[in-house]
Design a binder for this molecule. Sequence first.
Ligand SMILES: NC(=O)c1ccc[n+]([C@@H]2O[C@H](COP(=O)([O-])OP(=O)(O)OC[C@H]3O[C@@H](n4cnc5c(N)ncnc54)[C@H](O)[C@@H]3O)[C@@H](O)[C@H]2O)c1
Length: 406
Amino acid sequence: MGFLVLPEIATLTTLQPLAPPRSRERELRTVHRTPVHEGLLATMLHPLVIGLGRSGAGLHLRALAKARDAAADLFATGPPLACDTDPAARRAASDVRTVDSVSAAAELVDPESTVAHVCTPPGERVPVLTELAVHGIRRAVVEKPLATGLEDLAAVRQLTAQHGMDVVVVAHWLDSALTARLAALVRDGRLGSLRAISVAQHKPRFTRSAAGGQHPTAFDVEVPHSLGLVLGLAGPAELLDADCTDMHCDGTVLPRVGGARLSLQHRTGVRTDIASDLTAPVQERRVALEFTRGTAIGHYPISDRDDHAQLVVAGRREIFRDDALTGFVLRAYRDFHREFQQEPGQDCGQDLQRDRGHDAEFERQCEVVRLVSEAKRHCASAPAAVPGADGALAGAAAERIADHAR
Ligand SMILES: NC(=O)c1ccc[n+]([C@@H]2O[C@H](COP(=O)([O-])OP(=O)(O)OC[C@H]3O[C@@H](n4cnc5c(N)ncnc54)[C@H](O)[C@@H]3O)[C@@H](O)[C@H]2O)c1
C-alpha cells in the first residue's frame, strides 16, 4: 500500500489542545502492570469488530485489512473476530470469524490484547461498553457519535474511568491529509487569520432514514465529523443557533431527520456554520475556511469508493489521496501497541504522551456530544416545523428530540 496517506494528526492536536483529565488514572494503571502481562508482550493485537453493518463490515473490516497490509507487525495473524446479534449480518460477512454476542467473543480472545471496534448503532454504546468492561476488554475504537445525549455520555465517562478503558472515537476527519493541510494554513498565517468556517455535509439518506435505526435526528448522522474538525481547527466553542427539519418523501414525514444546521462562536473569535441536508440530491462534504486575506475550500472524499480529497487555495486546485479511516486505524493500533508492549516499571514518558493524545481526543468528542445535545435542546424548545402535520406529530417530534438531548 505505497499510496497510503499516513496521519498528520499531531498538527491538529497541538493546534487547539484540550485538558486531559483522564491521564492520571492510566498513568497509575500503566506503571502497575502485573507480571502476568509479561508473557503476552510478544503477542500482537486482536481486532474484535462488534456490529457488522455499514460501518463494521463496510468500513472497519476494510480499513483493518489495509492497515494490516501497511503494518503487519501490529496485528495478530488470522482473520479478525466479529460479532453481530443479527444472523443475516453474520452470514453476509466474509474473511472474518463470527459469533453472536460480545460474551461469546470474549470466550475466544485474550482481553488484554484485544481491540474492540464498537460499530453498533449510537443508542447501544453503554450496553456494549459495559459488556466489554465486564469481560476485561479495555481498548476500544468507538464509532461516532460517542453518545446520543448527556445522560449516555455521563454513563460512558463513568464506565471508561472506572475500568481504566482506553477509548478512541472514530473521528477520522482529524486524521485526514486534507485536515492536515487546512490546519497548516491556520497555523502558518499565509492567508492571514482565520475568521470563519462553513461546512456543508449533504447527501440523500431516504432509504436508511425510512428503515428507522438509531440516529434520532439529522444532528447525529454527519455533523459529529465536522464538529470535531472545527473544534480542532478553531478551538472550544459555544452554540449560537440551531435548527432541524423533517424529511418529506412520498407523503411520509420523518421528524427531525431531514436536515440540521448549527452555528458556533469559538473563543478565538472564529464563527462556524454547519449545514447538513439529508434530502439533498447530491452528496457533498465541503469545508470553507475564510481568512483575512483569502479563502481555502476543501472537499473531503464523499465515500470509501474514491478516497481522494481536493483543496482550492487562491484558484489553485490540488487533488490527493486521503484514506483517513485507514490512517486513523493505524495510528490507534500503533498507540495501543506501544502501551501493550510497555515493560512493567519501564519509563512511561512516551506512553503518557500518547495517553494525553487519546485523552484530548476523547474530551473533544465529549464536547461534540455536548454541542449536539445543546443543538437538539435548542430545536426542541422551538416550535416544531412540520408543514401540514397535525399537532400530535409535531409534539411527538419535539418530545423525541428532547429525549435524545438529555
Ligand atoms: N465513521 C463513519 O464514516 C461512519 C459511517 C457509517 C456509520 N457510522 C456510525 O457507525 C455506527 C453504526 O452505524 P451503521 O450504519 O453501521 O449501522 P447498521 O445498522 O448498518 O449496523 C449496525 C449493526 O450492529 C448490530 N448490532 C446492534 N446491536 C448489537 C449488539 N448489541 N451486539 C452486536 N451487534 C449489534 C446490528 O445487528 C447491525 O448489523 C453508528 O454510530 C454510525 O453513526 C460511521
